[in-house]
Ligand binder design. Structure first.
Ligand code: NAP
Ligand code: MG
Length: 523
C-alpha cells in the first residue's frame, strides 16, 4: 500500500498577487524561448518515431504564429502502436498496483514543478488566460493524485465485498481489460488528455493516446512527463494524428479492447456505432466510455440573490470563451426578475476585455477556423432568433492581431426550441430564455437532448429539492457557477446525449477500465 497522505485538491493560484503574475510572465518567456516551434514525434514502444507529414498547431490569438508541430501518425503507425501495446500489456498487467500508482505520483510531482510552464504553453497554444490555464493544470495534477489513491481499493484478491459461504473461499478480483484507445479534445488538452490515459494505465491497461490536432504540443509535453516518471515502453503509445484516419482505424480495430473518448456528440455517437460492429477475429464486446457535449442551462428564479446569480452567469458563460462542455449556454430566467437579471448580466459581461491568453484577457480567440466559422453562423441567425443585447460580431482580429476573435455575445428572449437554445455552439454566445415561472423554467432546462451540467439560483428549499430530483444532468450546481468541477469533489460526467455518465474524478471511475472475476475455492 502507498504510504501517503489523503488526497487533497491542488490549491489555485491567486493572480491578484503581483508576484504570481510575474511568475506567469516569466514562464511565458521561458516557454517562448524553449518550446515554441518544437516538434513532437510519436512515441511507440518507447522510441521516438517521426512521420513525413506533420501536423501544425497555430496560436489562435495570432494565427500568423506557428506554436509547433507534431508527427501525423499513419495507419501503419497505429497498427504498430496497437500490437506493441499488447506486448507491453503482458508485463504491465503483472505489476503491483502500488508500483503503478507510484508512477502517477511521480508524474504529479514533475507536473507540479512545471505547473506554470504547462499553463504558459496552453496560453499560447489554445488561448487560455492565466486562471483558466492554472485550474486546468491543477486538475491534471489532481487526476494523477486521485487515481493513484483510487487504484488501491482494487488491489489484491477479494478487494470487493462478497458474502461468506461455509466451506469455501469466495472473492472478486479486478483485472485490467487490455489495450485501449484514448481520444481527447482540444479544450482541456492537459487535464482531460492526462486523466483519460492515467486512469486506465494505473489499473494495468496499456493505452494509445491520440490527442486533438489543435493541442498537440501540450499533449506531447504531458506524455513526456509520464515517460520521465518511469512508464515502461509500450504502456503509453503517444500517437498524434488525425481523428478521421488513425482514430477511425483504432476504434474500429478488432484488437481494441476499450475506447475512452471525450469530444463532440457527433463523433462520440459515430465511435459508439463503429465500436459496436464486431470485426473478424474480434473476441470481446468493446467497452466504450463517452463524454460528450452539452447545452447547459442555469435557472434564476424570483427568490434568488440576483448578484450571486449574475456573477455565476458571467463566470459560467464566458470562462474560456464558453469553450467548455460545462459552460452555461442557456440562462433561463423567470419573468418576475427577467429584466433585472438580464440587465445585470449584460452590464457585467460588457466589461470583459478581449485579447490574447498571454495578456490574460477575459475573452480570447476561439480555437480554430472551423470553430470560428461555426460560431459566426450562429451570430448570423441570432437577430432572427432573439434580441442581440451584447456583442454579436466576430471581428477576427484584436489589437492588430489576426485571430479567431468572437465577441462575448448575449441574445435575449430566445425561444426554448430555437437553434440557439438547442444546439451546442461552443463559443461565447449565450441565449437567455424567459420562463413564466419556476415550473416552466425547470421544463425549459430539461427540454434538451443533452444533460451535462445545470444550475439553479434560488433561495426556495422546495425548488432546490425538486431540482435535485428532476433536473436531468450529471452535474448540478446551486447558487454558484456551473463550471469548474474539481477532481474528487465533483465527479464529472453527463446524462442523456452528454455521455455515458462515467464520472471522471469520481470514486468508481477506474472500474470503467477493469473487469471483475469471481473465484471460488472449495476447501
Ligand atoms: P471532436 O471534434 O469530437 O474531437 C475530439 C477528438 O476526436 C479529437 O481528438 C478528434 O481528432 C477525434 N476524432 C475526430 N473524428 C474522429 C473519428 N472519426 N474517429 C475517432 N476520433 C475522431 O471534439 P473537440 O472539438 O475536440 O472538442 C469539443 C467537444 O468536446 C465539445 O462538444 C465539448 O462539449 C466536448 N467535451 C466534452 C467533455 C465532457 O467531459 N463531457 C469535456 C470536454 C469537451 P482531430 O483533432 O484530429 O479531429
Ligand atoms: Mg492551436
Amino acid at each position: 500500500m502507498l504510504k501517503i497522505q489523503d488526497y487533497r485538491p491542488q490549491p489555485f493560484i491567486d493572480f491578484t498577487q503581483p508576484e504570481n503574475v510575474q511568475a506567469y510572465e516569466a514562464a511565458l518567456k521561458k516557454v517562448r524561448a524553449e518550446l515554441l516551434g518544437k516538434h513532437y514525434p510519436m512515441v511507440i514502444d518507447g522510441e521516438r518515431v517521426d512521420t513525413e507529414e506533420k501536423l501544425t498547431s497555430l496560436n489562435p490569438c495570432d494565427t500568423s504564429e506557428v506554436v509547433g508541430t507534431t508527427a501525423r501518425a499513419t495507419i501503419q503507425d497505429a497498427e504498430r502502436a496497437l500490437q506493441g501495446a499488447w506486448k507491453a500489456f503482458e508485463t504491465w498487467k503483472t505489476w503491483e498496483m502500488d508500483a503503478r500508482a507510484r508512477i502517477l505520483l511521480k508524474a504529479a510531482a514533475i507536473l507540479k514543478r512545471r505547473h506554470l510552464e504547462a499553463c504558459a504553453l496552453m496560453s499560447i497554444e489554445v488561448g487560455k488566460n492565466y486562471a483558466e490555464a492554472d485550474v486546468e493544470v491543477a486538475e491534471a495534477i489532481d487526476f494523477l493524485e486521485y487515481y493513484a489513491r483510487s487504484a488501491m481499493k482494487y488491489s489484491g484478491f477479494g478487494s470487493s465485498e462478497t458474502t461468506w459461504f461455509e466451506g469455501e473461499e469466495n472473492g472478486l478480483m479486478s483485472l485490467p481489460l487490455g489495450v485501449g484507445v484514448s481520444i481527447s479534445p482540444w479544450n482541456f488538452p492537459c487535464a482531460i488528455f492526462l486523466g483519460m490515459l492515467a486512469a486506465p494505465i494505473v489499473v494495468g491497461n496499456c493505452v494509445i493516446a491520440k490527442p486533438a490536432e489543435d493541442a498537440g504540443l501540450i499533449a506531447g509535453f504531458i506524455a513526456d512527463i509520464m515517460y520521465e516518471a518511469g512508464l515502461p515502453a509500450g504502456v503509453l503509445q503517444f500517437l498524434p494524428g488525425v481523428g478521421k484516419d488513425v482514430g477511425e482505424y483504432l476504434t474500429t480495430h478488432a484488437r481494441t479492447r476499450f475506447i475512452t473518448f471525450t469530444g463532440s456528440r457527433a463523433v462520440g455517437l459515430h465511435i459508439n456505432e463503429v465500436a459496436a460492429r464486431v470485426q473478424p477475429g474480434q473476441k470481446w464486446i468493446k467497452k466504450v466510455v463517452l463524454e460528450l457535449g452539452g447545452k447547459d442551462g442555469m435557472i434564476v428564479d424570483e427568490t434568488a440573490d440576483l448578484d450571486v446569480a449574475i456573477t455565476a452567469a458571467v463566470q459560467g458563460a464566458f470562462g474560456f470563451n464558453g469553450q467548455k462542455c460545462s459552460a452555461m449556454s442557456r440562462l433561463i430566467v423567470v419573468d418576475a426578475v427577467y429584466d433585472d437579471v438580464v440587465n445585470g448580466f449584460v452590464e457585467r459581461a460588457g466589461k470583459l476585455k478581449m485579447g490574447t491568453g498571454e495578456e490574460n484577457a477575459n475573452v480570447t480567440a476561439v480555437v480554430n477556423g472551423m470553430s470560428f466559422d461555426k460560431i459566426k453562423g450562429y451570430l448570423e441567425i441570432a437577430p432572427q432568433e432573439g434580441k442581440v443585447l451584447l456583442g454579436g460580431e466576430a471581428p477576427g482580429e484584436c489589437n492588430g492581431k489576426q485571430g479567431y476573435y468572437v465577441q462575448a455575445t448575449i441574445v435575449g428572449d430566445v425561444k426554448r426550441d430555437a437553434r440557439l437554445a438547442q444546439e451546442e455552439i461552443f463559443g461565447p454566445v449565450i441565449s437567455v430564455i424567459r420562463a413564466k415561472d419556476w415550473a416552466d423554467a425547470l421544463a425549459i432546462a430539461n427540454s434538451t437532448e443533452y444533460g451535462l451540467t445545470g444550475g439553479v439560483c434560488s433561495r426556495d428549499r422546495d425548488r432546490l429539492e425538486q431540482a435535485r430530483r428532476e433536473f436531468e444532468v450529471g452535474n448540478l450546481y446551486f447558487n454558484r457557477k456551473i463550471t469548474g468541477a474539481i477532481v474528487g469533489v465533483q465527479p464529472f460526467g453527463g446524462y442523456n446525449m452528454s455521455g455515458t455518465d462515467s464520472k471522471a474524478g469520481g470514486p468508481d471511475y477506474l472500474a470503467n477500465f477493469m473487469q471483475l472475476k469471481t473465484v471460488t475455492e472449495r476447501w
